[in-house]
Design a protein. Structure first.
Length: 375
């Protein structure tokens, strides 16, 4: 046990130093990323048995091993808010520096526990009792009443901060549910409504939204890829998912004199990688049981890292950039004939559209949040 515990501490320190070298000193050095990936994998896997043993054996001091274990959990959960405040390389460097600091403290505490002899856990530390009921009880209480609540609160914070940053505030996760932004941009008497949407939600959300939108001189630019040549074997319907959650699928925001116009692309414009993904997604969404959906999801994610990177690049271009370009062209054409343009699209699309509107001289005047899903 002593050898394993010391190996964990040494690997933890090496992983931190490799992070510093990767992000701060040696970007591009052959083999450095692979070495760090192996080291990170080992310390992450080893942290679980170390954490469990720490709660049973009094020789594995909490003050030595608990901070590195919690630090690894923090990094595994995204190390928020570093990705929001810093670039990827700077965030990685900060994680490395913090990891090195935790490792240094752990070594000093080991040396202190050894009577200032040696920098690793000594043999005398694990002599005596191999199990302590008092230690186990105290560690269980620490987990139940401190670590678990703090972890749940941190996950909630991370999710809210990450989604808010990614969507530039068009999605706001609050205590009572998910809220979506409706922003109005005005220029010389013309108004464009950017309305963040979800494919499923509470019926009251869609009803309230529909009543709030203008009808006279207005057009709704509808999201939704078409499939004129029927290239997809399964339709991309969210009805099954919505029904299982007690929600409804997003309806079309028509009404009164407001015109509806498709502003999306056809799937025939997508790359083969994107088409493969959409076919798999259609299978998942149309699955009749949860187990069938999990099997389809497992098949989708069973790919090499190289294939995954290639597919992600294709999805970013086809599902976001290509569709945003087409939507903006439709908006520019609609501005010739309408004073009120309503754009109820997914929140990931809207930050890019917002930037283009600002370039055209539109200024945000009004913002309203509505709860789409409650809990």
């Amino acid at each position: 046990m002593r050898i394993f515990a010391n190996a964990f501490l040494v690997a933890f320190a090496i992983d931190a130093l490799l992070a510093i070298a990767s992000f701060g000193l040696g970007a591009g050095i052959a083999g450095l990323a692979s070495a760090r990936a192996l080291c990170t994998g080992f310390v992450t896997l080893a942290s679980l048995p170390v954490f469990v043993l720490m709660g049973a054996h009094p020789g594995l001091r909490w003050r030595i091993f608990l901070p590195p274990c919690l630090f690894l959990s923090w990094t595994a959960m995204g190390a928020m808010p570093l990705p929001i405040c810093l670039s990827a390389s700077d965030a990685g460097l900060v994680v490395g520096v913090l990891g090195a600091a935790f490792a240094a403290v752990a070594f000093v505490l080991c040396r202190q526990s050894n009577g200032w002899k040696g920098w690793l856990l000594g043999e005398e530390a694990l002599q005596g009792l191999t199990f302590s009921g008092r230690t186990a009880l105290g560690f269980t209480a620490l987990n139940l009443f401190a670590i678990l609540p703090a972890s749940l609160a941190y996950l909630a914070f991370s999710a809210a901060a990450g989604v808010g940053h990614l969507t530039q505030g068009f999605v706001d996760i609050r205590r009572d549910g998910i809220h979506l932004s409706h922003r109005e941009y005005i220029r010389e008497g013309q108004t464009i409504h950017l309305v963040a949407m979800m494919h499923i939600g509470d019926p009251a959300f869609y009803d309230e939204l529909a009543l709030s939108l203008p009808e006279q001189g207005a057009i709704t630019l509808v999201e939704g890829v078409t499939d004129e040549a029927e290239l997809l074997s399964e339709s991309l319907s969210y009805g099954n998912v919505a029904a299982s959650l007690g929600l409804v699928e997003q309806p079309e925001l028509g009404g009164g004199d407001r015109e509806l116009r498709s502003a999306d692309v056809d799937v025939s414009e997508f790359s083969p990688d994107t088409m493969e993904f959409l076919a798999s997604l259609g299978t998942i969404l149309s699955s009749e049981t949860f187990v069938d959906g999990l099997i389809a999801y497992a098949e989708l994610t069973n790919m090499s890292s190289e294939t995954a990177v290639k597919m992600l690049a294709a999805l970013k271009h086809d599902l976001l950039e290509l569709r945003n370009d087409h939507l903006f062209e439709e908006m520019e054409m609609a501005l010739r004939d309408y004073d009120q343009i309503i754009v109820p699209w997914g929140a990931l699309h809207l930050p890019g559209i917002q930037d283009r509107l600002r370039d055209l001289g539109f200024v945000q005047e009004v913002e309203t949040y509505r709860r789409v899903v409650g809990w």
